[in-house]
Design a protein around this ligand. Structure first.
Ligand code: GDP
Length: 362
């Protein structure tokens, strides 16, 4: 009973869940995000941008709007959803492990025409190792022969409009894929067939199309509902800073910047921070904090939103001096008025060995 009370009291101050999207190359990770954002990153991929980590922030109003047709029974309590898109190529396993480690929840994308592929199995292992809850987006349902498009419709509504052959084909492929998951040691089923008590034990499968949007409302609603139901404690906003460097980038004009995930706490322009560096702790001052516009991609060149202050959870670009030797995967610290800089420097460097060891192993 005590737990219930604390959950209720806290529910007003939740941070956005951080969601990571994984899966075999070409399963449709980028396209799914494009579909929700209404952007076209996937077709501009020639520039190689999906070989970097990307992130998109979906504010609550957008989530509300996109899930309206499903008439959600519970109120939306999270301020938004931050989706991090990690590169899908084999050599990026390190980045991917870091990505999934930070995530509250993940979407594993599986192509309904292809089933489980080597990277899907690898992602499953990572998710299990990191104990990250996840859902499966069974993507490309529009490729089932004879599929009738129902633009952005909830999945059940779309399925009911298909002819018998398409429904049979869908069921056949679904059964096969459920069998494949079983071989990997996981129970799975269509998300709406899973009883509440089995959530988390049985993988929820959400059929989607990233081209015509069927099932997207279901996917978004399931993510938010699941987070709100099972992660209230973890998602309660806390002032204690948790901020991880994802990438160190030399960018024109700004010198070196770092892309970070702010999991908890708040950052301000002018904050003194300590970053873990190859040659020791880097003590510097935040010159600028910027994020992409909501619903836009970090990797697409364009205008950024600048912030004097920014609260978790967000994906942020930090500009400051001397960041060249910052180490991705480590946490940064803010030096408060009462803090001992030497103590913080030690704390910061504590991450170096952990991150380096992990990089060696994978
Ligand atoms: P990623 O490597 O997982 O990011 O996959 P992409 O998003 O780049 O998609 C790979 C290819 O599959 C592209 O040609 C997409 O247009 C296509 N694709 C992705 N999702 C769908 C879908 O739901 N339906 C269909 N028909 N094609 C899709």
């Amino acid at each position: 009973a005590e737990k219930k009370v604390s959950q209720k009291a806290d529910s007003e101050n939740l941070r956005s869940p951080i969601c990571c999207i994984m899966g075999h190359v070409d399963a449709g990770k980028t396209k799914l995000l494009d579909c929700i954002r209404g952007t076209n990153v996937q077709e501009n991929e020639a520039g190689g941008i999906t070989q970097q980590i990307g992130a998109t922030y979906f504010p609550a109003e957008i989530l509300k709007d996109k899930t309206r047709e499903l008439k959600p029974d519970a109120a939306l309590k999270v301020p938004g959803l931050l989706i991090i898109d990690t590169p899908g190529h084999e050599s990026f396993i390190n980045l991917r492990s870091r990505g999934s480690g930070l995530c509250d929840i993940a979407i594993l994308v599986v192509d309904i025409m292809d089933g489980l592929k080597p990277q899907t199995v690898e992602s499953l292992k990572l998710l299990k190792m990191r104990k990250t809850p996840f859902i499966v987006a069974l993507n490309k349902v529009d490729r089932l022969y004879g599929w009738k498009t129902c633009q952005n419709a909830p999945f059940v509504k779309a399925k009911n409009q298909q002819c018998k052959d398409v429904q049979n084909e869908f069921n056949k492929r679904l059964t096969e894929i459920i069998g494949n998951f079983k071989e990997q040691g996981w129970n799975s089923d269509l998300y709406y067939k899973i009883k509440n008590k089995d959530m988390g034990e049985t993988i929820s499968i959400v059929p989607t199309s990233a081209i015509s949007g069927e099932g997207i409302p279901d996917m978004l609603l399931l993510l938010v509902k699941w987070c709100q139901k099972t992660m209230v404690d973890k998602l309660t906003y806390s002032e204690k800073l948790q901020c991880t460097v994802l990438e160190v980038k030399a960018s024109e004009g700004d010198g070196t910047t770092i892309d970070v995930v702010l999991v908890n706490g708040v950052l301000h322009e002018g904050d003194q921070i300590v970053v873990c560096g190859m040659q020791g702790p880097i003590v510097t001052t935040i010159r600028a904090l910027s994020t992409p516009h909501p619903m836009k991609e970090l990797r697409v060149k364009g205008t950024y939103l600048h912030h004097k202050e920014i609260k978790a959870a967000q994906f942020i670009k930090i500009a400051a001096q001397d960041l060249k030797h910052a180490i991705a995967g480590t946490n940064i610290f803010v030096v408060g008025p009462d803090d001992d800089l030497e103590v913080i420097k030690k704390l910061t460097m504590g991450d170096k060995k952990t991150v380096m060891d992990r990089t060696d192993k994978t």
